[in-house]
Write a protein that binds this ligand. Sequence first.
Ligand SMILES: Cc1cc2nc3c(=O)[nH]c(=O)nc-3n(C[C@H](O)[C@H](O)[C@H](O)COP(=O)(O)O)c2cc1C
Length: 259
Amino acid sequence: MIVRITMSAEKQKELTETLADWEFDEGLIRRINDQEIEMDIISSQMPALLDILSGISNDSAPFRHIPEQFMKKDITIAISNMKDKEEKEMAEINMENLVEAKIDVFAKFNKQLAVVTAGDMDNFNSMTIGWGMMGNIWGHPGSALTIYVSPDRHTYKFLEENDYFTVSFFPESHKKDVIVLGRTSGRDGNKIEQTTLTPKALTHGVGFEEAELTFVCKKIYSHQFELEKTPEHMAKIYESLTPHVEYIGYIEDVNGIVE
Ligand SMILES: Cc1cc2nc3c(=O)[nH]c(=O)nc-3n(C[C@H](O)[C@H](O)[C@H](O)COP(=O)(O)O)c2cc1C
């Protein structure tokens, strides 16, 4: 797809420099004039491009999305041509289209690192999760999301003390940050400061500017795995780790972009 980006010449220069660290090939940029450039990208690169441009923009609000355009005060991205008709388009996801949205639930937790956060802007903790489920339960009109957190995690205390948790999925460009959240503990200091992530208040709880997709979940049930009922291959792991607690949350809010 071809995107036409309107921004100052100074920001065009910043973009060229930033692209060097990303998977984008600099040669993709075609300069139209002092205020406009064009890039030929594939639709799956769109979230990364939005991330890069968010970093360059002086406007801290998220991109406003209207059909075929993403806008900030100083940057506008217009999708001017879908080059390959087979390509999937990115679509904004919200509570109205959540059930119809094409969320690849199996790949989401398997391939794309997720982060659970509990608490509020004054006091929260985040950690990486590899286990998660999305679906329906108990006749809730929307959908539910389940996570599994060991009581040994600092985040556990926050999950127990708060009614909501959020689950954020990040683009590949933030893989390093997600790994930090999964290798260090909030018990030992502020681990967000070791990342490039920007926490932000959501309808309930805390998410991140850089997340591609974020679910706000109301905790409705929790239960700890019973050792005698867990599969054999987990016995060794649970010799040194307190068995996980599952938290089922009703999804009350969602924002982000999906294919
Ligand atoms: C890829 C990855 C996936 C993880 N998945 C889980 C998980 O699903 N549940 C869990 O309890 N811990 C999981 N962890 C471990 C926690 O993220 C890790 O122990 C973290 O440091 C806990 O942080 P905290 O003490 O600040 O809560 C995972 C770690 C990584 C790197």
